[in-house]
Design a protein around this ligand. Structure first.
Ligand code: TEU
Ligand code: CA
Length: 560
């Protein structure tokens, strides 16, 4: 038996990501919270998901919406109490679902007790929990840039030194080379595991090991800063194997590493079959295909051919040696329907179902980002003042001040690729604020909530929600979807993504049209008398049919 066919619960699971700030508000303050989540667990059970990935709910000053943690063992006051958390976990388990927490340990908040101590003096016991360096010729110690614009170093006059922050100035990087840091993190992780959680999504875990000496990074000609030398660093696998032996291996957990910049070869180590590190990783190659000279800040659209090549590469090269995660969206990405599909009212229902089919029928664990199951679309923002995301706001100021992008273009790019576009409140129904809150929402509600919301879709058998239910059910019924091998067909087709999955005698054909026009497709002979397991247009094919006239954004799953 090869690894891809060895049975493990998280291989058969479908994961749902909750961004707690925008999921459901229970106490009228316009901010989602844990009791709000509890009130919506039956909705998730009805959808059919198995695992909930909960973005951070720990104590935080919210400089980066909770990804800047000031106390790993306390719940952010706006989200509720530890008693609320315990009840939520109990309610999740009572419904046969599992909870995966977001582990953010590449950095802490600058308000964390460790950093408060560390910055006090050079001989403080916590000094080496972080990276402190002398300036270089009166400037930062090296040329690294922050992911949130500006230098990755912040001068601190208390000790006349700089500290490293790959993200915001309020997110100082932890020094994983310090064994005390590793012990503190492992101890905290064990504390959460003993509370009964079922795993971790590990925030930028591929960044935790920095190159020795922190040397300058490559600087593109048009860039203001160099690339941090901290991706898949020299000790990252050693530290994860230590984490695995000291914590992870003691529990029945699902772990997924967020590995920006990961290659196939690195992924085979992070998510290897021997289980010495993680269950799987998030790779980001497919969500970087439409980047431009200023990274995500562009209006470029992804090409199907590039997408098909990247997805097929990950499907075939991890086969039997590691496990894939499957996603098109999350809290850092724009809404997948707007980005990869067509969110015009005429096409959005068919297209949302097609994109879901394309991803969910592949080999790997699928992730649904809250609202994706409704076909939610990018929320439009008219001004900088409406934005909440530090990444977009900083980039706007940096790129316009440097004269690289006009304010008008930058707002257009932010409306296409900014993180706020997918962080607006979950659209529950057509009442005020989409039923998310009866207070003032912390961020704008997408005006289209009257047409796109859960209530209307749960009552409509033809809705995107009901289609996702069928997709998830199919994954439970057909082992070939979880354990089958992937093979790409039609590698050069201009608008169809076609692949098969095979497990012993079972074989399915997955056909996805990325076109808004009709496309004629010649069915492979072996599928001409097949059974349609799922489709967003037709529910059957007649035996004589050799070629199909696919409707715009038609998706079809046929079993031989
Ligand atoms: O994101 C890591 C990361 O690289 C992000 O910068 C992301 O890829 C980028 O925003 C896409 O444009 C993780 C979390 O998912 C993100 O929400 C946090 O802001 C970040 O780490 C820092 O914790
Ligand atoms: Ca609230």
């Amino acid at each position: 038996m090869n690894y891809s066919q060895s049975k493990i619960w998280w291989k058969e699971a479908v994961v749902y990501q909750i961004y707690p700030r925008s999921f459901m508000d229970s106490n009228h303050d316009g901010i989602g919270d844990l009791r709000g989540i509890i009130s919506r667990l039956d909705y998730l059970k009805k959808l059919g998901v198995d695992v909930i990935w909960l973005s951070p709910v720990y104590q935080s000053p919210n400089d980066d919406n909770g990804y800047d943690i000031s106390d790993y063992r306390a719940i952010m006051k706006e989200f509720g109490t530890m008693e609320d958390f315990d009840e939520m976990l109990e309610q999740i388990h009572a419904r046969g679902m599992r909870l995966v927490m977001d582990l953010v340990v590449n950095h802490t908040s600058d308000e964390h007790a460790w950093f408060v101590e560390s910055r006090k003096s050079e001989d403080n016991p916590y000094r080496d929990y972080y990276f402190w360096r002398e300036g270089r010729e009166g400037k930062a110690p090296n040329n690294w840039g922050s992911c949130f614009s500006g230098s990755a170093w912040k001068y601190d006059e208390t000790t006349d030194m700089y500290y490293l922050h790959l993200f915001s100035e309020k997110q100082p990087d932890l020094n994983w080379d310090n064994p005390k840091v590793r012990e503190e993190v492992f101890d905290m992780m064990d504390w959460w595991c003993r509370k009964g959680i079922d795993g971790f999504r590990m925030d930028v875990i591929s960044f935790i090991s920095k190159e020795k000496g922190l040397p300058d990074g490559y600087q593109y000609p048009d860039s203001l800063y160099g690339i941090p030398r901290s991706v898949n660093g020299p000790h990252v696998h050693e530290y994860l194997q230590e984490m695995n032996s000291k914590v992870l291996s003691r529990y029945d957990l699902m772990t997924v590493g967020e590995c920006s910049g990961v290659t196939i070869d690195e992924a085979k180590k992070y998510a290897s079959a021997d289980g010495k590190e993680l269950s799987m990783v998030f790779q980001f190659e497919h969500v970087g295909l439409d980047d431009g000279p200023y990274g995500k800040w562009t209006d470029r659209r992804m090409e199907l051919d590039a997408f098909r090549k990247v997805m097929s590469k990950w499907q075939t090269e991890l086969q039997d040696v590691a496990w894939n995660s499957l996603f098109l969206g999350n809290h850092d990405q724009p809404r997948s329907l707007s980005r990869f599909g067509n969110d015009a009212p005429k096409y959005r229902q068919a297209c949302a179902k097609m994109l879901a089919t394309c991803i969910h029928m592949m080999q790997g664990t699928p992730y649904i980002y809250q609202g994706e199951e409704l076909g939610m679309t990018n929320c439009p923002f008219d001004s900088l003042e409406e934005l909440r995301d530090i990444e977009s706001i900083n980039a706007f100021h940096e790129l316009t001040a440097a004269g690289k992008v006009s304010e008008q273009d930058m707002m257009r790019y932010i409306n296409m690729r900014g993180r706020d576009t997918a962080r607006t409140p979950m659209q529950w129904d057509s009442t005020a604020n989409a039923g998310f809150t009866d207070g003032t929402p912390w961020i704008k509600v997408n005006p289209n909530y009257t047409e796109i919301n859960a209530k209307s879709q749960m009552e409509d058998p033809d809705s995107v929600f009901c289609y996702y239910q069928q997709l998830i059910r199919l994954r439970k019924q057909e082992p070939v979807i979880v354990y089958g091998t992937y093979e790409l067909l039609e590698p050069d087709h201009e608008s169809l993504y076609v692949y098969t999955r095979t497990l012993e005698e079972d074989k399915i054909l997955v056909v996805c049209s990325f076109s808004e026009r009709e496309v004629v497709y010649m069915l492979p002979e072996e599928f001409r008398r097949g059974k349609v397991l799922l489709g967003n247009v037709r529910t059957g094919i007649s035996a004589e049919e050799m070629s199909l006239c696919l409707k715009p954004y038609e998706a079809l799953v046929i079993k031989k």
